[in-house]
Design a protein around this ligand. Structure first.
Ligand SMILES: C[S@@+](CC[C@H](N)C(=O)[O-])C[C@H]1O[C@@H](n2cnc3c(N)ncnc32)[C@H](O)[C@@H]1O
Ligand SMILES: [Zn+2]
Length: 375
């Protein structure tokens, strides 16, 4: 956890926020390991006497989530497994664990996201495509393209973009956090709930190297290691940090960010409407939000009652998520419309893809909206 960003953002206690208490700032109470201005292990504590909840900093990533006990119980295996194994040992462990286990789930997710986020930097990627006779049908980089078109439209539409930092919500392995920092030349915080992905993002920032298991087929993975471009690293690394936070209960006071991106996150959270409200709350006046979603609702991530569209097709919008989300982001268009946001641009929908293995890439059309904070 970088001290400059911690001091700039002054995170507040998400437990107090949920309890409706006035927001208390978190203090850095214990530092166990620190390298220069980066705290690698320590504890944050809520300053409110009635609360005093603590939040750990693990391998440089602060965990500032409202239900810490549940989070730690659910993630303890990954919290404890910190050293990467050699490729051969990892492969044997993977065969032993088999499909449907958390070990396999972690490898698959790293494979999908590291490929799309960083595959364009991997010299082996082009050679593989050539060998497979695949001429750019499924090239990595889709999330970066989505961000670029949202950002271009946002900067063109913004009447007076404020000077604050940016937040990249659901940043996964961090490519869009790097891109925001290099294009905007300001501090950017990447947040996510997946500790393994945040660790990889941080390693890329600190070492300039990407190392990830790229799935070939079944339980067979190839380890890929390559450097990212020195220009991208130089333009970004000193400005970014990665924190573990919930995008529906952000640990920040209101009006702190000039830009907030939420790329393919809306349909992954338990409460999409709370997430939209958090975007409104955390943006400064005239700040800009970039929201993209393929509306791929699943009951595993979001209870059906909380889906934005995707059900009740007999209603006025015939179950259309695109229509409902537009209504929610248009003042007065819906009883639950999100206060303080309005749509200022609708760039063409972007292709977004999730690679499963060497013969399967899921293609999505992500609905892309640029919103402005009006009040
Ligand atoms: C579908 S992925 C998209 C990742 C990346 N933005 C992209 O488009 O490639 C959604 C990401 O959001 C994260 N996520 C899910 N629920 C979250 C929440 N409540 N708060 C923050 N991040 C969350 C997941 O761990 C995952 O990395
Ligand atoms: Zn508190």
């Amino acid at each position: 956890m970088r001290l400059e960003l911690f001091e700039l953002l002054r995170p507040i206690c998400p437990v107090c926020r949920l309890a409706g208490r006035p927001p208390a700032v978190l203090g850095l109470e214990v530092i166990e390991r620190q390298r220069e201005n980066d705290v690698e292990e320590g504890l944050l504590r809520c300053g409110e006497q009635a609360c005093r909840h603590e939040f750990p900093i693990l391998d440089g990533v602060p965990l500032i989530v409202p239900q810490l006990r549940e989070y730690v119980r659910g993630w303890i295996e990954r919290i404890r497994s910190r050293e990467a194994f050699s490729e051969a040992v990892e492969s044997l462990l993977g065969d032993c664990c088999g499909a449907g286990t958390s070990f396999e789930d972690e490898r698959q997710r790293l494979s999908s996201y590291a490929w799309d986020h960083w595959g364009d930097q991997d010299p082996q990627e082009a050679r593989d495509a050539e060998a497979a006779g695949d001429h750019g049908q499924a090239a990595p980089g889709s999330v970066q393209r989505l961000l670029t078109s949202g950002l271009e439209a946002g900067l063109a539409a913004a009447s007076a973009l404020p000077a604050g930092p940016a937040v990249d919500m659901g940043c996964a392995v961090g490519r869009t956090t790097f891109e925001l920092a290099s294009q905007l030349e300001r501090p950017v915080l990447g947040i996510d709930l997946d500790l393994s992905m945040l660790r990889l993002a941080r390693q890329i920032r600190d070492g300039g190297e990407v190392c990830y298991p790229r799935r070939r087929v079944g339980l067979a993975y190839d380890r890929r290691s390559f450097s990212i471009s020195p220009q991208l690293r130089e333009a970004s690394a000193s400005r970014i940090d990665f924190w573990c936070c919930d995008a529906t209960v952000l640990p920040f006071a209101g009006e702190q960010f000039a830009i907030a991106s939420s790329l393919n996150l809306l349909d992954c959270v338990a409460s999409p409407i709370s997430h939209l409200r958090e975007i409104a709350r955390c943006l400064q006046r005239h700040g800009c939000g970039i929201v993209a979603s393929p509306y791929d609702w699943s009951a595993a991530a979001t209870p059906v009652e909380a889906w934005l569209g995707g059900h009740s097709q007999r209603g006025a919008g015939r179950g259309s998520s695109a229509q409902l989300v537009r209504d929610l982001l248009t003042p007065g268009a819906h009883p639950a419309a999100v206060e303080g946001l309005r749509i200022v641009a609708e760039p063409p929908q972007g292709g977004w893809q999730v690679r499963l293995h060497e013969r399967a890439v899921m293609q999505y059309r992500s609905d892309l909206l640029v919103v402005e904070k009006t009040t």
